[in-house]
Design a protein around this ligand. Structure first.
Ligand SMILES: *Cc1c(COP(=O)(O)O)cnc(C)c1O
Length: 387
């Protein structure tokens, strides 16, 4: 039996490393032996494999998911005074990179069942200043890309998918990251495909955008020491590419394990949801798969339930407690985005109620059962009368 108070990692990267140690160590050792730490051969090998997997012509690896968004926005030409329509319910980087370029993140509310931007609300937010649409595929489920792409096409706008959590997902048989003008993902350690530091990638079928992102990633260099644009130092380290190559070999197996665990969670929690003790369980729309970057439920008294679970040795996380339009920086008129007064009820409700449970490919059924039982007990402990 598991110790009730055993430390229970939210994402167990050590368990994964123990399984993959020989191949990860060999890949890292190869880099130490050849010594090409910057843009070494592993970087190109990884980009080729990722592009082939996603089914696009170009993968441009980079230093983080945040920089992937920045490179895509820069390559498209987003700048001061522009508007980019995006989701308020996401990690801060999505809106941050828009604002960093002097543009305004225009927030459109989410669909309550998928947590992704509601396509039905996008068109009303388009103005002559709109330069791009930036949907987020949250928790791993791709945003509703067909209608989003159709709206974008009608208005001549590019679409950037923030696929930081959805690498590995399918949308109607096509891969997330390859569903729009540019797809951006993250290899942050705890993401579905993670490295041992920061990393990310941009995907596109557009040759000109690919070339621009490639050059912007490396100081706007067209050729060595010939700079034709203002770029960034945004390269992926060779060592991180090596780690990702080793992990990519088992990624499909891990996706299956993730989906099986998510199904097992839903199977165990369905009764609680039917009795109204959980307000919502993850819901995949038809034609989608998800890597379940997060398995996220909604619950009343979320912070108290999380505290009781934590005391029982079950770590949880909240993705995300504050929607973008409520972030202090976006309250300030100085950002050009006075979003403080905005009312986005679905995003606000989600931020108050979401709770992510531990899910990683090496979690195992006994641990999962321990977590679901602990959740049931926590729900009993918190305001039992109300339930
Ligand atoms: C993780 C994440 C990012 C940022 O990725 P980093 O690699 O941490 O810079 C951006 N958007 C979303 C939705 C994310 O989850």
């Amino acid at each position: 039996m598991a110790d009730q108070n055993a430390p229970f990692p939210f994402v167990d990267l050590q368990a994964q490393y123990r399984r993959l140690k020989p191949s990860i160590d060999a890949r890292i050792q190869a880099v130490l032996d050849h010594g090409q730490y910057i843009l070494g051969p592993e970087v190109g090998e990884l980009e080729q494999r990722l592009a082939a997997r996603v089914g696009v012509r170009h993968c441009i690896s980079c230093s983080s998911g945040t920089d992937a968004l920045l490179l895509a926005l820069m390559a498209i030409g987003v700048g001061a005074g522009d508007e980019v329509i995006t989701s308020p319910f996401t990690f801060f980087a999505t809106g941050e990179m828009i604002a960093l370029l002097g543009a305004v993140p225009v927030m459109v509310d989410i669909e309550p069942d998928t947590y992704n931007i509601d396509p039905a609300l996008i068109e009303a937010a388009i103005t002559p200043r709109t330069r791009a649409l930036l949907p987020v595929s949250l928790y791993g489920q791709p945003a509703e890309m067909d209608p989003i792409n159709a709206i974008a096409a009608r208005h001549g706008l590019p679409v950037i998918e923030d696929a930081a959590q959805s690498f590995g997902a399918l949308y109607k048989g096509r891969h997330s990251c390859g569903l729009s003008t540019v797809g951006c993902t993250s290899f942050f350690p705890s993401k579905p495909l993670g490295c041992y530091g920061d990393g990310g990638a941009c995907f596109t079928d557009d040759d000109a955008l690919a070339l621009r992102m490639h050059q912007l990633r490396n100081h706007g260099q067209e050729a060595r020491y010939r700079h034709t644009a203002i770029g960034i130092n945004g390269r992926l380290d060779t060592l991180q590419a090596a780690v990702l190559l080793a992990k990519l070999d088992v990624f499909d197996r891990e996706l299956i394990a993730r989906a099986e665990l998510a199904d097992a969670y839903t199977g165990s929690l369905l009764a609680l949801a039917r009795r109204g003790r959980l307000l919502r369980l993850p819901h995949l729309r038809p034609g989608r798969t998800s890597p379940y970057a997060q398995y996220t439920v909604e619950v009343e008294d979320r912070d108290e339930v999380a505290r009781v679970l934590g005391a029982a040795g079950v770590p949880t996380a909240v993705h995300y407690p504050v929607p973008m339009h409520r972030q202090p920086v976006f309250h300030k008129a100085t950002t050009g985005a006075s979003l403080g007064q905005l009312r986005l009820p679905h995003a606000e409700a989600a931020a108050a109620q979401v709770l992510s449970l531990p899910l990683h490919p090496y979690l195992g059924r006994p641990a999962l059962q321990h977590i679901t039982r602990a959740l049931e007990h926590a729900l009993d402990a918190v305001a039992p009368a109300a339930r």
